[in-house]
Design a protein around this ligand. Structure first.
Ligand code: WT7
Length: 657
């Protein structure tokens, strides 16, 4: 960040923006006092509060217990259940009840493909399509409890596929289309998926993502029996006995489907996310609790109305796409916009063109995108009529005050409130966020926890720290959309989230709370890095690097990056006899892209004869981070085994720059 922008950050950090009166007037929660009394009500009686929220869904049979159990303390404790004894079908709450109401002819999904093709699907149509897809999956022999992997572009059929899985009780695991065949294969193997739903390809920056080719490689030697292929780009693909066209199996299926009700704790989906080891974690979410909190937070945080056109730009391959493209908005009977492609295709104003064209009212995106828009220039949004917008949202990483101010002015016309929402794959839904009609905002702060959510900043012993002191961000009480386990590794679940800080869910983020009780997220305190809002594990990239025959050792760190938040820098020690040159660097970057996906490709590879290690052999990533970000290593280096290593690394840096 330039020095003028950091001065601006300091100046704006303590600025507070009251919710616009125009917005508060009709908002669901109109004042800070109303927010506080709602929060207090939830705190007094959490179960009563969540029971009331859950009754917004359509239940087949009522629950017997709102909350049972507590945060697990060891691998044998089962953990919590929400709404036990209750049964429901998630697709009924998201689709059927709207299709059977006045919303039957209301747009559920407005779709725009990257090439410019568009379609609008009403709730009535969505209902028929979900029923057909559910019948098609059942005809293929998919049963409740069997995983289905979804590897698709951002097209309506992706949402239909998710809802169809939910309808038959088959948990889905959506894999982002940017992940490689290898990464897809790992996820399929981990959950034992029986089928994959994909497309021949998807459009991205005018190019075709070869989704089906990747699936062909990924499913070899796995449990997958069927691959259902949507025709999207009509690109040439190979065809195997396990393959079936979507238009053949789905279009011909019956549009009548009697939904079965599942237990509230029935698995709805797993979603893989990076942790501190080399192996991604299958975060498991269940039905009743997940849907309760996603539906509730969508309604409250986005102050959702029936007239809204809600656009969350996240891909369905991320939790944001699950909760705020599919389940949350549809449970509310909202109109969602889905866009398939890149924000700068064909030009840097594509998003603004879409907002003006469809009259988008609520826009939810990531800081990394906002910073890219800033760089591309103010003239692009200025060319379009953005007056339909009434609310803006941000998610995925801390938003720097400079980007916040730009977003407010250039996109929101100084008129729209901004909700900076903090949450995680694990939390399932938004935990800390302003309520747009009630909470004064401070650029860079996600403000305060939502009613029903008990967050704090604590020391390792679980003791609250004072105002403006750094500590660990924790959640102190179970909430309905919390993850229930890591698929196949309950021990890792307990270890990762409930062992670090006594009696709490540990989020992995550092934070501080200011004197007004506002939370300022300071980023990950573990070996997880956040690149353009995508979560990556340094260990995962390191294991990809050391799997290359020319690599002896590797250490990966994040360095601050103006656009992406963090950029990946890999320190690599080649095997002896290998030439450390640009060609090898290129080869290694490609290798990581093949192993994980283009999003994990290191920005920079630095060759080093040796890596800085402690006497016990632990790589000192803190020192590497400092070297990577160009600052001389500060702090304690007394545990460093070979002081010379650090000097050499710093010198190699000085020479390069
Ligand atoms: C991590 C979770 C939640 C959907 C997208 C990412 C960071 C997320 C914010 C925010 C500061 C944020 C945290 C968190 N993060 N939102 N508003 N302010 N940091 O989900 O991949 O599970 O990543 O993203 O570090 O732990 P995810």
């Amino acid at each position: 960040m330039s020095s003028s922008s950091s001065i601006e950050s300091i100046l704006t950090e303590n600025r507070s923006f009251p919710p616009p009166a125009e917005f508060s007037k009709d908002a669901r929660v109109k004042t800070l006092i109303d927010y506080e009394s709602l929060y207090a009500r939830a705190e007094r009686d959490p179960e009563g509060f969540w029971a009331e929220v859950a009754s917004d869904l359509q239940w087949a049979t009522p629950w017997k217990h709102v909350l049972q159990g507590a945060f697990p303390t060891d691998a044998r404790s089962p953990g919590v259940t929400w709404f036990a004894g209750g049964t429901l079908n998630a697709s009924v709450s998201c689709v059927d009840r709207h299709a059977q109401s006045w919303r039957k002819n209301k747009a559920a999904i407005i779709f725009e493909g990257e090439p410019g093709d568009t379609s609008v699907i009403t709730y009535g149509q969505l209902h028929r399509e979900v029923c057909k897809a559910a019948n098609a999956l059942t005809a293929l022999g998919i049963k409740a409890g069997e995983f289905v992997a979804i590897y698709m572009p951002m097209v309506p059929e992706a949402a239909i596929a998710m809802l169809a899985c939910a309808r038959i009780g088959a948990p889905h695991t959506v894999v982002f289309g940017g992940f490689s065949a290898e990464a897809l294969g790992d996820r399929i193997r981990d959950c034992g998926a029986k089928a994959v739903i994909t497309a021949d390809g998807g459009w991205r920056r005018g190019q075709i993502l070869p989704l089906k080719d990747n699936v062909d490689k990924a499913v070899e030697g796995t449990t997958v029996e069927h691959v259902v292929v949507l025709e999207r780009c009509s690109n040439p693909i190979a065809w195997h006995g396990r393959d079936k066209w979507w238009h053949e199996v789905v279009d011909s299926a019956s549009s009548k489907h009697e939904p079965k009700a599942f237990d509230s704790e029935h698995a709805l989906f797993s979603l893989y996310t990076s942790g501190t080891t080399g192996k991604p974690k299958g975060i498991l979410h269940t039905t009743g609790g997940y849907l309760t909190t996603t539906a509730y937070t969508t309604k409250m945080v986005f102050d959702l109305r029936d007239e809204d056109v809600f656009w969350c730009t996240a891909d369905i391959g991320w939790v944001t796409g699950h909760s705020y493209v599919v389940y949350g908005p549809l449970a509310n009977g909202a109109t969602v916009l889905m866009y398939e492609g890149a924000p700068n295709q064909p030009g840097p104003d594509r998003f603004w063109d879409i907002i003006a064209k469809w009259g988008v009212t609520v826009f939810y995106t990531a800081p990394t995108a906002i910073r890219a828009f800033m760089k591309w220039g103010d003239e692009h949004p200025a060319r379009h009529d953005l007056s339909s917008l009434r609310l803006l949202g941000s998610v995925g990483e801390p938003i720097n005050p400079e980007a916040w101010m730009w977003y407010r002015k250039q996109i929101g016309g100084d008129r729209c409130p901004i909700v900076d929402t903090w949450w995680q794959t694990e939390t399932g839904s938004i935990m800390i966020s302003p309520l747009p009609g009630a909470t004064p905002t401070k650029p860079g702060s996600a403000t305060r926890p939502l009613p029903g959510i008990d967050v704090d900043v604590v020391t390792k012993d679980g003791v609250s720290v004072g105002a403006n002191q750094g500590g660990f961000l924790v959640i102190k009480r179970p909430w309905p959309s919390m993850l229930r386990t890591i698929w196949g590794d309950h021990e890792r679940y307990v270890q990762t989230y409930f062992s670090e800080v006594t009696g709490c869910y540990f989020a992995g983020d550092g934070a501080r709370k200011d004197a007004d009780g506002y939370f300022w997220i300071m980023g990950r305190v573990d070996d997880v890095i956040n690149v353009a809002g995508h979560r990556l594990s340094t260990m995962e990239i390191e294991s990809a690097l050391v799997s290359h025959p020319k690599v002896a050792e590797a250490a990966v760190v994040g360095r601050p990056d103006e656009l992406k938040g963090q950029a990946i820098v890999a320190f690599v020690t080649p095997r002896s006899g290998m030439v450390a040159d640009d060609a090898l660097a290129k080869e290694l970057r490609e290798h990581v892209a093949t192993q994980i996906g283009a999003l994990a490709r290191p920005e920079e590879i630095r060759f080093a004869e040796a890596l800085p290690k402690t006497r016990s052999g632990k790589i000192m990533r803190r020192l590497l981070r400092e070297v990577a970000s160009g600052s001389a290593a500060r702090g304690d280096t007394t545990t460093l085994e070979d002081q010379g290593v650090l000097e050499k690394l710093a010198q190699s840096y000085a020479q390069e720059e």
